[in-house]
Design a protein around this ligand. Sequence first.
Ligand SMILES: Nc1nc2c(ncn2[C@@H]2O[C@H](COP(=O)(O)OP(=O)(O)O)[C@@H](O)[C@H]2O)c(=O)[nH]1
Ligand SMILES: [Mg+2]
Length: 204
Amino acid sequence: MIIIQVAGFLGCGKTTLMLKLSRNLAAGGARKVALVVNEIGEIPVDGKVIAESGMMMKDIGGGCICCEVAATFAKTLYQIYKEFSPEYVLVEPTGVAVPHQVSLAARMSGRDAKVAIGPAIVLFDATRPAELLDMDMLGQLVTTQIKDADVIAISKVDAVDMAAVKESVTKVREINPKARILNLSSFTGMGIDELTDIILNWEI
Ligand SMILES: Nc1nc2c(ncn2[C@@H]2O[C@H](COP(=O)(O)OP(=O)(O)O)[C@@H](O)[C@H]2O)c(=O)[nH]1
Ligand SMILES: [Mg+2]
C-alpha cells in the first residue's frame, strides 16, 4: 500500500487535484485507491462522489495528522489496509502540514499495514507566488513544504500567463533544486496524466 501525499498551503488546489488524480489512478476500477483527507475548517470532499466511484475515503479531523492526531492517522491507514487493501492511498494533509512529518506519521502504521511511502507532491499556487513566499511566517512554512517535496506541481496554470508560470518555477527551483517540477491545472486536466505516470513509476 503506497502512501502519496498531496500537500501545499490552504487553497492551492489539493482537494480538486485529489479527486481528479484518484480517478485517473483508479483507471475505472483497475486499481484500488483510497483517500484520506485531514481537514481543519477546510472545504470538505464530497464523500458521496468518492463512494460512487468505488473508492474508499476517510476523513480525519480534530488536529493535524503530522502531529496532534498522528496516531489516529496511523490507525486509519491500518484500517484502510485491513478493509480495502488498496494499491494507493492519496493523503491530503492540512495546508499547514510539513511533508516529512506526514511521512513519518504514515510510517507509524508501518509493518502492520505494509505501508510504503510514495512521492510527496507539493502544490504551489501560480496565482499567488509573492503572497506564499514573501510573507514572514507563511513564507517559512511554504519554503519548508517545497524543500520537502519530491514533486512540485505549479497549480492553477490555467489562470495565469506563461511568464507567471516561469516565475513560479524559478522561485521553487531555487528552494528545491532536486524535485521534479511540472505545470498543473485540475480545471483543464493539464499535468494530471504526467502526475499519474510519476506515481505509477515511482521507485519505492
Ligand atoms: N483556476 C483554477 N482554480 C483551481 C484549480 N484547482 C482548484 N482551483 C480552485 O481553488 C480553490 C481551492 O481549491 P481546493 O481544491 O479546495 O484547495 P485546497 O484548499 O488546497 O484543498 C477552489 O475555489 C478551486 O475551485 C485549477 O486548476 N485552476
Ligand atoms: Mg482541501
